[in-house]
Design a protein around this ligand. Structure first.
Ligand code: SAH
Length: 222
C-alpha cells in the first residue's frame, strides 16, 4: 500500500524525518506504509513554534490548551492496532495537533476528526492544509457524540481516555469495524480494542496507556 500525499520531503527537516522513521523501525515498527507515512509527514508543522526544534524527537510535546501530542512510537503502535488497508473511512476523536490525523490520512481513505477545543482545531486545520493533506475533515464539537453525518465508520480512533465506550461511537461503527479507545480513570487507562462482529462486540485489552481525559457527554465532566 502506498501512503497518500507523498513526496514532500524537500524542506530542511527531511533528514530528521527519515531518522525518526529509522528510530521507529529500530523499535520494531516494520510496516513500510507506516514508516513512509512517518518519513513524509511534516511533524514540525503540527507543533508550536516554541518546541519546533524538538519536532522529530521520539517524544511527547506540549501543543497548548493543556494538551500534548503523543510520542511517535506510541502513535505508531496505536495505529498498527487499527490494521488499516488504505480503504477505510475513519473517525478520530481528539484531533489535537492534527499530526495523527495526517498519518491517518496517509494510511486510510478518508478521515473525519472531531476536536472540542476551537483553538486546537483551527491550528490543526491550518497545519493539515500546509502539509497538503486533502482527505481529512475537522469538526469542532464533542467527539463522544461521534460525527453522525458520515457514519458508519470502518475505524474509530479515540485519542483521549474515557470512563466507558461512548454509546454513539459503538452505534457509528460499521459491522466488522475496529474501535480503539483508552478506558479507565483519569491518568491511567487500558488501551482497549473493540471489534464489532456478527454476534456482538469483542473487547481486547492492549496494555496500559496514559492519555489526557476524554471530556464530554459520554466522557468525563469538564
Ligand atoms: N493524537 C493527537 C493528540 C490528541 S490529545 C495529536 O497527534 O496531537 C487529545 C485531544 O482530545 C485533545 O486535543 C483534547 O482537547 C481532545 N478531546 C478531549 N475530549 C474530547 C471530546 N469529547 N471530543 C473531541 N476532542 C476531545
Amino acid at each position: 500500500m502506498e501512503p497518500r500525499h507523498v513526496g514532500r520531503g524537500t524542506d530542511s527537516y527531511g533528514g530528521y524525518r527519515v531518522r525518526l522513521a529509522e528510530t521507529l523501525r529500530a523499535q520494531g515498527i516494520r510496516d513500510l506504509a507506516f514508516l513512509k507515512a512517518f518519513a513524509e509527514t511534516p511533524r514540525h508543522l503540527f507543533v508550536p513554534e516554541a518546541v519546533r526544534h524538538r519536532a522529530y524527537e521520539d517524544a511527547a510535546l506540549p501543543i497548548g490548551a493543556g494538551q500534548t501530542i503523543s510520542r511517535p512510537f506510541t502513535q505508531a503502535r496505536y495505529l498498527e492496532a487499527l490494521r488499516l488497508t488504505g480503504r477505510e473511512k475513519v473517525l478520530e476523536v481528539g484531533t489535537g495537533s492534527g499530526y495523527e490525523t495526517a498519518l491517518l490520512g496517509a494510511l486510510a481513505d478518508q478521515v473525519f476528526s472531531v476536536e472540542r477545543v476551537l483553538t486546537l482545531a483551527e491550528a490543526a486545520l491550518h497545519a493539515l492544509r500546509a502539509a497538503g493533506v486533502r482527505n481529512v475533515s475537522v469538526l469542532v464539537g464533542d467527539g463522544t457524540l461521534g460525527w453522525s453525518a458520515y457514519a458508519p465508520y470502518d475505524t474509530i480512533l479515540v485519542s483521549a481516555g474515557g470512563p466507558e465506550v461512548p454509546s454513539p461511537l459503538l452505534e457509528q461503527l460499521a459491522p466488522g469495524g475496529r474501535l480503539l479507545i483508552p478506558l479507565g480513570a483519569k491518568g491511567a487507562q487500558a488501551l482497549t480494542l473493540i471489534q464489532r462482529t456478527t454476534d456482538g462486540v469483542r473487547r481486547t485489552s492492549l496494555g496500559d496507556a496514559r492519555f489526557v481525559p476524554l471530556v464530554g457527554e459520554h466522557g468525563f465532566d469538564a
